[in-house]
Design a protein around this ligand. Structure first.
Ligand SMILES: *Cc1c(COP(=O)(O)O)cnc(C)c1O
Length: 377
């Protein structure tokens, strides 16, 4: 038996739609991209959606659109995909990391409060990450960002379909960025989207994704040094076809998460969900007992031998080589991030997991945890 970490499904009819686009002769950023943008804007209830070539491109274009550049300082969650910080560096700006809450793995508002009042330079923007598809406390974080007049941008790469206290990504902030990588809830292969209710920001994002070309001017005029971050038409039809299936997929992930919670309670720390959150379980991430964290690589090997794909949660960005060497961070600089980074384990999570798969994962994990526990005694 083999249980995959993720299992992106592309139904037959979507393949046909892609085939039609490929034979149409119009391959890049045309009416299908516009249709997908309108569908995502409608789903979220936001005014503008700008499709781009990846989640990373969405973050980069969003920060550029906010004027983040050399001399800017951006507060960002320390525990995330490295893309969250890399885009800040690539704008020529400086990231200031913020430690996380040990239960939700999201930016801790108290830590942000400390950072905005003690950073060497004023904070020009806050980039909040919704870890593994559970929204961060954007009300508390937004209030702190407001108090220093810094726009709040969401790295919602994992959080399409998530909500918190009735708000979805993009509702209460300056902009939100999504990814359509195969590990996310709907996929276009590679792809991303910036959403915002601010027309000027949307226009700036459209400018940066297309070589700096002003989207409103004919004949073409170039008003900024932009990039090529365009989405293709065949990716857009994949996204537009998958979007109507998103809610059902999330419901299945939530059912699978509830089954895991029951199977794994007491063996590992199962994901904590805030009372006002409706997460999407982009990943199902548990914390291993602290005494066996050092054996995680071997434990992942045990699981692989049992046919179960597993991996780490995500990264402690400050302790990756680049950020450590550039800014002098050590493991103790962000203690909660360090501990969560070392103990986290992502186990298979997708909408086609069945009960048999999950029992198999649970028994393989139980055997592995017990083996390393005994070894650690
Ligand atoms: C996946 C992810 C990204 C990067 O998205 P890509 O589409 O792979 O470029 C950025 N931030 C977070 C939190 C992610 O999970």
């Amino acid at each position: 038996m083999r249980v995959r970490l993720v299992s992106p499904q592309i139904p037959e009819e979507d393949l046909r739609a892609v085939g039609e686009v490929l034979t149409s002769g119009w391959l890049v950023q045309g009416k299908r991209v516009a249709q997908f943008e309108a569908a995502v804007a409608g789903f979220l209830g936001v005014e503008h959606a700008v499709a781009v070539s990846s989640g990373t491109a969405a973050l980069h274009a969003a920060l550029l659109a906010h004027g983040v550049g050399p001399g800017s300082t951006v507060a960002v969650s320390a525990y995330s995909h490295v893309a969250s910080a890399n885009v800040i560096e690539l704008c020529g700006a400086e990231p200031v990391f913020v430690d996380i809450d040990p239960h939700t793995f999201n930016m801790d508002p108290n830590e942000l409060e400390r950072v905005v009042h003690h950073a060497d330079a004023p904070i020009n923007a806050v980039l909040v990450v919704h870890a593994f598809g559970q929204m961060a406390d954007i009300d508390a974080i937004g209030a702190i960002a407001d108090s220093v007049e810094a726009p709040l941008v969401e790295d919602a790469a994992c959080a399409l379909g998530a909500s918190r206290a009735g708000k979805q990504p993009g509702d209460a902030t300056s902009a939100a960025c999504f990814s359509f990588h195969p590990r996310k809830a709907i996929t276009t292969g590679e792809g991303g989207m910036v959403v915002t209710n601010d027309g000027a920001l949307a226009r700036a994002a459209r400018t940066f994704r297309n070589h700096g070309q002003d989207p409103g001017s004919a004949p073409p005029d170039f008003v900024a040094p932009g990039l090529n971050y365009r989405m293709t038409e065949f990716q857009a039809v994949l996204g537009a076809a998958a979007l109507p299936r998103l809610k059902e997929g999330i419901a299945r992930r939530r059912e699978a998460a509830a089954r895991y919670n029951a199977l794994l309670e007491g063996l590992v720390e199962v994901p904590f969900v805030s009372h006002d959150c409706q997460p999407v379980y982009q990943s199902y991430v548990v914390l291993l007992p602290a005494e066996i964290a050092a054996a995680r690589e071997d434990l992942i090997g045990d699981l692989a031998a049992a046919g179960v794909e597993a991996t780490i949660g995500t990264w402690s960005i400050p302790t990756t080589t680049y950020y450590r060497e550039r800014y002098g961070y050590v493991a103790g600089s962000y203690p909660v991030t360090s501990e969560v980074f070392e103990r986290s384990l992502a186990i298979p999570m997708h909408e086609n997991l069945d009960e048999e798969d999950q029992s198999h994962v649970a028994s393989a994990l139980r055997a592995a945890v017990n083996r390393f526990r005994e070894a650690a005694e």
